[in-house]
Design a binder for this molecule. Structure first.
Ligand code: LMR
Length: 318
């Protein structure tokens, strides 16, 4: 079996699979450090029937490592800008784990013009606080912007919050809302709203907030120049993508935190709990009651977030 461009084998598989039930998911940046484990986990997701792996390098190799075992999705590889349109055509959910480096002749708009009005887009590429506003502007220019379908992934903050709260309180299961954005002080865990209800001392609240806000930096420092929290980000991205797919399927009550276009604060984008449905983020929840510590945190988060959002918008309008 000859695989010339990395997509020959997989395209054949895709055709053979035909109308299998399940969603079509594309990963843009699939050969990267987050993209590869993300691709593996998405292939195993029973809600996914077809998985398109796009990248500007190495997509054929990554695809081949995934087409040679069965469960679950059929995997198709797409290499470079000429194949981007095919990679995104007919897709239900696009996951962008990284900001894909452009090749000569490729504009940033190329990533968003194609099929953008139809698919739900999960944006992971940092800085999420700026890349989501950038993506929104690009979609607007392309005439395909649907604010409900563009979601910045903040699930890793929620995953970390749950882990750290569990280890502090020694109880096994929590729902910890994390609002704001995805960087430093913009990551605002609402410990007063933890479910089941749990009280924390001032010291515990400060420790937990700090730890959750700096969870990414902790890994970056531990890896000492060799990258960031790629595996946990892939895990969190898959958890969030799975929630989006359950929403697209029409499941009731799928609620997760995400960084979305929002009127919850005076800022145009903000992360809160959202209800995921067939149209993407169909309902955006208010912040709920905050304690004094959280109110102070919110003000700090908004100041930094406003600057990051503005930076993104100005970047794209230049
Ligand atoms: C994370 O939270 O781990 C990621 O956003 C990566 C990073 O640079 O911190």
């Amino acid at each position: 079996m000859k695989v010339e461009d990395g997509s020959t084998l997989s395209r054949t598989d895709c055709r053979a699979k035909g109308g299998a039930p399940g969603f079509k998911v594309a990963i843009v940046g699939a050969a990267g450090r987050i993209g590869q484990p993300l691709a593996m986990l998405m292939k195993m997701n029973p809600l996914v029937s077809v998985l398109h792996l796009y990248d500007v390098v190495n997509a054929p190799g990554v695809t081949l490592t995934l087409v040679t075992w069965t469960p679950v999705a059929v995997v198709c590889g797409f290499l470079g800008q000429p194949q981007l349109e095919s990679a995104l055509t007919g897709i239900d959910l696009v996951i962008i784990p990284t900001v894909v480096p452009r090749k000569p002749g490729m504009t940033r708009d190329d990533l968003f013009n194609i099929n953008a009005g139809i698919a739900v887009v999960n944006l992971i590429g940092n800085p999420v606080n700026s890349t989501v506003p950038i993506a929104a502007e690009v979609f607007k220019k392309a005439g395909t912007y649907d604010p409900k379908r563009l979601l910045g992934v903040t699930m890793l903050d929620v995953v970390r919050a749950n882990t750290f709260v569990v280890s502090t309180s020694r109880t096994s299961l929590f729902d910890v809302p994390v609002v704001g954005g995805h960087a430093g002080v913009t990551i605002l865990p609402l410990l007063s709203q933890v479910k089941p209800p749990c009280s924390f001392t001032k010291e515990e609240t400060e420790y937990l907030t700090n730890r959750i806000q700096n969870g990414g930096t902790e890994v970056v420092e531990a890896k000492a120049g060799a990258g960031s929290a790629t595996l946990s980000m892939a895990y969190a991205a898959v958890k969030f993508a799975d929630a989006c797919l359950r929403g697209l399927r029409g499941d009731a009550g799928v609620v997760e935190c995400a960084f979305v276009a929002s009127e919850v604060t005076e800022l145009p984008f903000f992360a809160t709990k959202v209800r995921l449905g067939r149209g993407g983020a169909e309902e955006i929840y208010q912040l709920g009651p905050l304690n004094e510590y959280e109110r102070v945190g919110l003000e700090k988060a908004k100041t930094e977030l406003a600057a990051s959002i503005q930076k993104g918008v100005s970047f794209i309008k230049k």
